[in-house]
Design a protein around this ligand. Structure first.
Ligand code: FES
Ligand SMILES: [Fe+2]
Length: 430
């Protein structure tokens, strides 16, 4: 972890502010974990400014000198691609007097000029120049630059940053969950995902962990999303029932998925996962068969896209990608975008329309979830009963060869695993 001489630096190592051994039990968690400013301060230090955090996708800065504004946890960063093609995460703060250097959401520029006194920076963060240099003893005398997120890494174009100078590599952090990103990419005939459809932002009055836990909670869809399932005649509700053969899998590292493949394999119909049939997407099906061969293409198109939560903030929900950004103990922003698959125009347009219908401003899916998050936050602020239950399915957990813990489609094993990892981070920093 980065260290700082400043006592109030949220990255400075210190003892946890509260006793996480007391607050996190195997099958119960304390309500104050969602409401306490001390817990949030510990999370900044031990999670958001320490572990790998999802920031954006390389396809958002495809050309040299492209840039886009992003968040890494609560930090305002500029994701740039320099003229040599390397991706950087630069803190949007001038080295002179701390002004914001970049206002535009995205653009193409080799440099950024601070509006306050005109200091200018290269898109790799180096200080390029400043007005009236004699006041500093001449040109190029100042050894300053924009703050840089010390570690930046990509997996299949998904860009992550870590404020810790050292620690596990991104691939170590992702562990078995990276296979789910592979699975998403394989749905493209060229094996490439693009996140270029633009991001919606929903400010949400709830603690970020309520969202992270909910992403692979297979217990709620039948109730919370009953209306969209009935209106659209969607078969998705049945995937999350007691009778479903789908499973909830905790990969370790706080990552988890709802693995719906057992249900899709039962039907063995290509494109069912997308709510359509192969004959309605003929160009895509032909491109997939060309790319992977008949048998493998069919398998990919039957099994469909992953539904995976990657700790702490990346949620791949089949056709959408979410980025959860904490703002404070009781507030966060949900960013969402439609997945776009290179070489699949027939699917891409539909993914955008379906995303607008489900997670757009008048969407029918996310609004219901968000209502639950905000009600949950208000409930968690009440004093009694103090604990939240995460015991569902604890008696039917099994452990797979690679250590993943599996239980039923509606079980809470993913939440238990989330909290085990969280507790380790808070107590041991890993
Ligand atoms: S604060 Fe940026 S140039 Fe002065
Ligand atoms: Fe939901």
């Amino acid at each position: 972890m980065s260290t700082s001489p400043v006592q109030t630096d949220p990255r400075a190592a210190r003892a946890p502010r509260v006793d996480y051994r007391e607050l996190i039990r195997d099958t119960q968690v304390h309500g104050t974990l969602y409401t306490s400013p001390e817990v949030y301060a510990d999370e900044l230090e031990r999670i958001w400014y320490s572990t790998w955090v999802f920031v954006g996708h390389a396809s958002e800065v495809p050309e040299p000198n492209d840039y886009v504004r992003k968040k890494l946890g609560p930090q305002d960063v500029i994701m740039t691609r320099d003229s040599a093609g390397e991706v950087h995460l630069l803190l949007n703060r001038c080295a002179h007097r701390g002004n914001l250097v970049c206002d535009d959401k995205a653009g193409n520029s080799t440099s950024f000029r601070c509006p306050y006194h005109g200091w200018t920076y290269r898109n790799n963060g180096d200080l390029l120049g400043y007005p009236y240099p004699n006041g500093y003893g001449g040109k190029n005398k100042l050894q300053l630059g924009l703050g840089r997120v010390p570690r930046v890494a990509e997996y299949r174009g998904f860009v992550f940053g870590s404020f810790a100078e050292e620690g596990p590599s991104l691939e170590e952090h992702l562990g078995a969950a990276k296979g789910e990103i592979d699975r998403l990419a394989r749905l493209s005939p060229t094996g490439k995902v693009e996140l270029t459809a633009g991001w919606l932002q929903h400010r949400t009055h709830a603690n970020w962990k309520l969202l992270a836990e909910n992403e692979t909670d297979g217990y709620h869809p039948q109730f919370v999303h009953g209306s969209i399932f009935s209106v659209t005649g969607s078969p998705i509700g049945a995937l999350y029932s007691e009778k479903s053969t789908a499973v909830t899998r905790a990969f370790g590292g706080g990552h988890s998925e709802n693995d719906l493949r057992p249900e899709f394999r039962r039907f063995a119909e290509p494109m069912r996962w997308f709510g359509t049939t192969a004959d309605r997407t003929p160009e895509y099906v032909a491109a997939m068969k060309q790319a992977y061969g008949e048998e493998e293409a069919n398998r990919i198109m039957i099994e469909g896209a992953p539904h995976v939560m990657i700790f702490p903030n990346l949620f791949i929900a089949e056709i959408q990608v979410f980025n959860i950004q904490p703002v404070g103990p009781g507030e966060c922003v949900q960013y969402s975008t439609a997945v776009q698959l290179e070489g699949a125009p027939e699917l891409n347009q539909r993914m955008v329309s379906q995303s607008i219908g489900s997670v757009g401003p008048a969407g029918m899916l996310l609004a219901d979830d968000t209502e639950m998050y905000e009600r949950n936050q208000r409930g968690a602020e009440l004093l009694e009963p103090q604990w939240l239950e995460v015991s569902r399915g604890v008696l039917r957990e099994t452990t797979e060869e690679n250590g993943a813990v599996v239980a039923g489609a509606t079980d809470e094993n993913a939440m238990r695993a989330f909290w085990r990892h969280y507790k380790n981070l808070m107590l041991e920093g890993r």
